[in-house]
Design a binder for this molecule. Structure first.
Ligand SMILES: *[C@@H]1O[C@H](CO)[C@@H](O)[C@H](O)[C@H]1NC(C)=O
Ligand SMILES: *[C@@H]1O[C@H](CO)[C@@H](O)[C@H](O)[C@H]1NC(C)=O
Length: 415
């Protein structure tokens, strides 16, 4: 596979890069087509290559300038708040002041309008030929190994049962850049070598995953408008793409499809200790709309375009899964639960030690298995693709236990 890539790389990369620059200049500027500004293209090129000419090449482009200015002000404010936090005197009684909430919601609310960021690495030709399935995987810059294992296992591009499958990885700017020196070089080389990196100019944090969601939908709308279906998931999952294709084959691509591990009637967590803590000023209602949790979900291109338009009108919400639920509610699309997407498996080994047994037959009927390590993903793929594999029955596995708080209603079997 590498050899084949190498042959094409030299020629296509030049064309691809030029295309990126061209599309990028169009994308960032409301300029009429055909107007070519050399100064601007130089800046874009610098951004793509991550040249460290001036202090921060990526900020030199003057596109979305107003937004950037607004965001910078917000960042400065954030910095000031951090200083104040540090200088805050300890409690007069000498007791340790209650640990600060893990996340500054006031600041989040103030910055919510800061939601348009540049596309720094693009794959504008990714969807040429209108693929049947686009696989989009959330990834962090330093997770090169995870991307590699996905590229070589379930995320492999090409024809699968006669259906065209393509893959992209969704990235933001790494938060701790000293942990990954030359990250910008790494990503631009990786993008050239594999043609599957989408990088946006926001900091890649847990609470910015919602931005990843909205920017991906915008990208689909612009660069992948005719894709039939999209699987969107985490980087630490194993996906049975064959099963997903089977599930989708008799679905209408130009109708609404949204399938996953759907969580109904979930309540916002009001305990500050939780990673998912949401205070009432951010979300006052007692129940979240139905949303897809777990490692991934499937939607039609039709639904993705609808969601793109809807999400623009929904206020940013720090939990990306729930945010998508809000967008779904807005367009009136009812997400369908499916047993194959259920979030269990090697998730909580202590709660179900017997699930740690790596029985491929057990996983064969599932769509998504999540929270896997790199070797586990590889092993899972190998086991499931072993021609020697013999399973006694093709019946879906009986679930050994259920998490009490999950309540599914409606049709539980959509496939
Ligand atoms: C960033 O990464 C470096 C190197 O791994 C580490 O020493 C440093 O503590 C990290 N900084 C933060 C803020 O996490
Ligand atoms: C999201 O990204 C923006 C732009 O990089 C940054 O200013 C902001 O602090 C990030 N927000 C969170 C919650 O991490």
């Amino acid at each position: 596979m590498r050899v084949r890539l190498k042959g094409d790389v030299i020629c296509t990369v030049v064309i691809l890069l030029l295309l990126c620059v061209l599309l990028y200049t169009q994308y960032g500027f409301p300029v009429t087509l055909g107007v070519w500004s050399p100064g601007r293209s130089a800046a874009s090129f610098r951004a793509l290559l991550g040249t460290q000419g001036e202090s921060r090449g990526m900020e030199l482009t003057n596109s979305v300038f107003k937004d950037r200015l607004k965001c910078q002000q917000a960042e400065e404010e954030e910095e000031r708040e951090k200083v104040m936090e540090r200088e805050r005197p300890t409690h007069p009684t000498g007791a340790v002041v209650l640990t600060r909430p893990p996340f500054d919601f006031q600041l989040y609310l103030r910055n919510k309008d800061c939601r348009d960021f540049e596309l720094l690495l693009n794959q504008p030709k990714k969807c040429s030929g209108d693929p049947f399935l686009l696989i989009a995987v959330k990834s962090l810059a330093d997770e090169f190994d995870k991307r590699q294992v996905v590229r070589h296992t379930w995320g492999r591009e090409g024809l699968l049962g006669g259906l065209q499958v393509r893959t992209v990885f969704l990235l933001g700017i790494p938060k701790n850049q000293s942990a990954l020196p030359l990250w910008d070089r790494l990503l631009s080389y990786e993008s050239r070598a594999f043609g599957d990196i989408l990088l946006w100019g926001f900091v890649d944090t847990f609470f910015n995953l919602t931005l990843k969601e909205t920017h991906f939908l915008k990208w689909v709308d612009t660069f992948c408008p005719n894709v039939k279906f999209i699987f969107k998931g985490d980087g630490d999952v194993y996906v049975n793409v064959d099963n997903i294709l089977e599930l989708l084959q008799d679905r209408e691509a130009d109708g609404d499809v949204f399938i996953g591990d759907i969580i109904f009637h979930a309540q916002p967590i009001r305990s500050r200790a939780s990673k998912y803590y949401i205070p009432e000023i951010v979300y006052g209602q007692g129940i979240y709309p139905a949303y897809a949790g777990g490692g991934g979900f499937v939607m039609s291109g039709f639904t993705a375009r609808k969601l793109h338009r809807a999400c623009k009108e929904v206020e940013l919400f720090p939990i990306d899964d729930v945010f998508m639920g809000m967008c779904l509610l807005r367009v009136g699309v009812q997400p369908s639960p499916h047993e194959g997407f259920r979030t269990f498996g090697i998730v909580r080994p202590s709660a179900a030690p017997h699930l740690q047994v790596f029985d491929p037959c057990f996983y064969r009927e599932l769509m998504v298995v999540h929270s896997l390590t790199v070797p586990q993903i590889w092993l899972m793929w190998k086991l499931l693709h072993d021609p020697e594999l013999r399973c006694h029955t093709k019946v879906a596995p009986v679930l050994p236990f259920t998490w009490g708080r999950r309540k599914a209603k409606g049709n539980t079997h959509t496939g």
